[in-house]
Structure formats: C-alpha cells, structure tokens
Design a protein around this ligand. Sequence first.
Ligand code: PMP
Ligand code: GLN
Length: 385
Amino acid sequence: MPEFSASLHSKLPKVGTTIFTVMSQLANDEGALNLSQGFPDFDASPQLLELVNKALHSGENQYAPMAGLPSLREKLAEKTEKIYGAKYDPDTEITITAGATQAIFTAIAATLNEGDEVIIFTPAYDCYEPAVELVGAKPVFIPLKAPDFKVNWEEVKKMVNQRTRMIIINSPHNPTGMVFSKEDMLQLDKITHESNILILSDEVYEHMVFDGKTHESAAKYPHLAERSFIISSFGKTYHTTGWKIGYCLAPAELTKEFRKTHQYNVFAVNRPIQKAYSEYLENEAAYLELSRFYQEKRDLFNSLIRGSKFSLQPAEGTYFQMLGYENISDEKDTEFAIRLTKEHKIASIPISVFYNQDLNPRMLRFCFAKQNSTLEQAAEILHKI
Ligand code: PMP
Ligand code: GLN
C-alpha cells in the first residue's frame, strides 16, 4: 500500500480487537480445544436446515421488508404473548436485526444524546461500552460483586440522577451466568418508575435458565416493558450463531426511533433465514427444552471438573461456566488464559476484559455449549493443571 496518513482521530482509542476473536484465533493457531468464544460445536436441527434449504429454493432471495418478514414478526408476537404474557404489535413493535449486536448498537445510537449517562453493570458483555462512547454518551459502571454477582440496587439508586438516560441489563448474564430474580426486576421497576430512563434488556440467553428458575423478561413487567428495548438472538436459541439474526421488541414510540437508525445501517436482514425461523418457531419444544438441554451440559461439565484445583459456583443460566483459579496461580487472567491455550491446549475467556478497571478476578469463562466428548476432553486437561 502507498503511504497515506489519514490523521484519524480515533473515536475509540482504547478499543482493540475483541477478546472473542483473539482467543478463537489463538485456539486455532495452537490447535487448542476452544471453549472461549460462545458458540456450539454441534450443528443446528436438521429440520431448521431443511427449512432454510426450502426457503432458498422457493424464491425467498430478494430484500425482506425493512422491519423483517411479517410472518416472523407475527410468530414472535405469538411466542412473546404465550411465554411472557406481553402483547407486542408485529407491525409497529417488533424489528428483525442482524444479530443482537446490531440491535444493541441501534437502540443505543437511536436514543442517546451527548452527555447522557448509561448505567452498565460490570463485568459487562463487551459491545455495550463502545456503542455508548461512539454516540458521545457516558458509561457509568456499577460492579457486580463475586461470588454471586447480584446487583446492589441501593448502589444503583445512588448512581441514578437527572442525566441517567439508560440502564443496560443482561439476564441471564454473560460472563457470570447470574440470573435476575423477580425481586431484581421489581427493584429496577421502583428505581425507573417515575423517571424517563430507558432500559436496554439484553435477553439473548432467555432460554437457558437452570435449576427450576424462570427467565424474568422485562416484557413480563408492564412498567418496565413500556421503557424497554428487549433484545434477543436466534443464534443462541437455535445453535446458529453464524447466521447473525436477532430481534428487538419495544413499544411503538421507541420502535419508531429504532427503525429510523436501523433502516440506514442495515435496511433489512437475510430473508431466507427469516423465512425458515418463522416456520421453525412452530416447534415450541425447540426453545422450551433448551434449558434442560444446557442444564445437563452444565452439570456434566461441573461434575467432571470437581476434584480439580479449579473452583466454581454453578452458572444459573447462559452456556458459560466461570472457573476460579485462585488455588493454582496468581498470574493475571489474560496471561493465564494465553498460557493455558499454548501449553495445555485449552482456550477460555479471561474475565478481566469485561471490566472497565484493571482487575484480576482470577476467573476464566468456559463455554459448555459443546458435545459431551469435548467437555470430557476439556475436563481431562483441566484436571492436570
Ligand atoms: N449479548 C450477549 C450477552 C451475548 O453474549 C452476545 C453474544 N453472542 C450478544 C449479545 C450478541 O449476539 P449476536 O451474535 O446475535 O449478535
Ligand atoms: N457472545 C459470544 C461470547 O460471549 C461471542 C460473540 C462474539 O464473538 N462477538 O463469547
């Protein structure tokens, strides 16, 4: 390339390449077992693959409507009413997006102004903070404390002020596996009730909640729903992270603003896959059985880890299990994760990258959305450390 200095003034000077890309790349380079980035090592249901195939061969290959295929939005409205008792109008309150990541970015870009404050709980999934910063709003971080990573609502109350414009919640929570209770939602309701605070509720792991707990969607709480962008991802629910399709539920006034931004950075997303999901949503067992499916994987992984030097608190939801290594090493988690990948051939995600401060929680996140044989191999390696 000829030399050209664009003299860019970076809008995100602190941001590098995401940890998910870094660790998956390292796992590939090192031939390591990859339990880092969150994706299954098994395939989607043959029925779903067949439906995509059918859509591809029946002319579903041009632009979908901007907000998403009507049949898919209708199916989502039915599902949301059935499982959360909340009515969303498919025409004005449901938008299909290019994954949850785009929905999160769009909700933030469409509603926040310079100087608005946004409460983010740490450790936090990594796409919230850069989106908030790009639009000139200000992230305000509130730490979740180990070992249970529950929210201290008294602290939240103290941090809320006239400039607070949004609170981002994520239950089931990545990376800790923590799940919000009904009481958490009621506390959030109390804090936001008389305010103009918006809620961004990242619910991509809504169908992975264990030990008889239920997912407390913001949709179940009318006063929360009226101010919420509720975001989910078909990638998580249907073992299809590579297809990158998600959606956003929000009241008409919020959806109207959301779509103004959505139509100019995406317009519409992959049509044949929307068609296939709309038909696959008929199969209720596919999402209703998911918690049981992943609870078995969590239990298998955790039972295999017991007796090793790693410590654990079973994840309440998601497909991630955090393991503590305080009995093994004082190393910084980023270094320890790299060493495990290079020397022991197992990749994980260091937790410190989900914080805004330089911390060393001495915990690593492992994805258990894997075949049982992969989990057995992983445990065998971890026992030797
Ligand atoms: N939110 C959380 C908490 C996630 O873990 C992920 C990861 N996949 C996303 C959002 C993004 O989902 P998608 O792949 O549909 O963009
Ligand atoms: N959400 C996935 C995880 O937490 C990764 C998604 C991504 O690679 N951006 O691992």
